[in-house]
Design a protein around this ligand. Structure first.
Ligand code: GAR
Length: 190
């Protein structure tokens, strides 16, 4: 592990992607912080079990997005974070944070973008009766799931699939693809 590269994961929910990244033995960076916008989310316990510091905030208790993002930037800088990886973080990143971490915020999304952006992407693909969907890792920009694509992996949808079997298969791909892409990004930096 290259302890000199410090990264932060942002997550809002279960945290299976966070767990997959955290448990990657060959991870080329150190997760120094989990940021979570939902007090009570399961991902918080996952971080605590591995002694990863957690910054939990409730966006509704701030006057604006700018206010909580300014606080986030301070916390991230204190911990010398150079990359932010969104893993099921269900909140749009605002102009402040985007500017502070320009080109250094990456997201994973469960579809072949630009198809099925936004929430419930797996279900949208399933209901659309398409025969393939997938996983995309991309840089964050001002839009919703619109930033430049870094990597994609296709997942077939079979006629016998239920939403659950498809979801399981997509998550399995996510858990392998995201740590791999994170390592590539960090190693490409030298
Ligand atoms: C993942 O499938 C991730 O791709 C998706 O949320 C899930 C979080 O699961 N993200 C988005 O839909 C972003 N638009 P997890 O909490 O178990 O990692």
């Amino acid at each position: 592990m290259k302890a000199s590269i410090k990264v932060c994961v942002f997550a809002s929910g279960t945290g299976s992607n966070f767990q997959a990244i955290m448990e990657t033995e060959s991870l080329a960076c150190e997760i120094v912080l989990l940021v979570c916008d939902r007090p009570g989310a399961l991902v918080i316990d996952k971080a605590k079990q591995k002694q990863i510091p957690v910054h939990v905030f409730d966006p509704t208790s701030y006057p604006s997005k700018q206010a909580y993002e300014e606080e986030l930037i301070t916390v991230l800088r204190e911990r010398e974070v150079t990359w932010i990886f969104l893993a099921g973080y269900m909140r749009i990143i605002g102009a402040h944070l985007l500017q502070a971490y320009h080109g250094r915020i990456v997201n994973i999304h469960p579809s072949l973008l630009p198809k099925f952006p936004g929430k419930d992407a797996i279900e949208k693909a399933y209901r659309a009766k398409v025969n393939k969907t997938g996983v995309t890792v991309h840089y964050i920009d001002e839009g919703i799931d619109t930033g430049p694509i870094i990597a994609q992996q296709e997942v077939k949808i079979y006629p016998t699939d239920s939403l659950k079997t498809l979801t399981n298969r997509i998550q399995k791909v996510e858990h392998q693809l995201y740590p791999k892409v994170i390592n590539q990004l960090i190693q490409n930096e030298g």
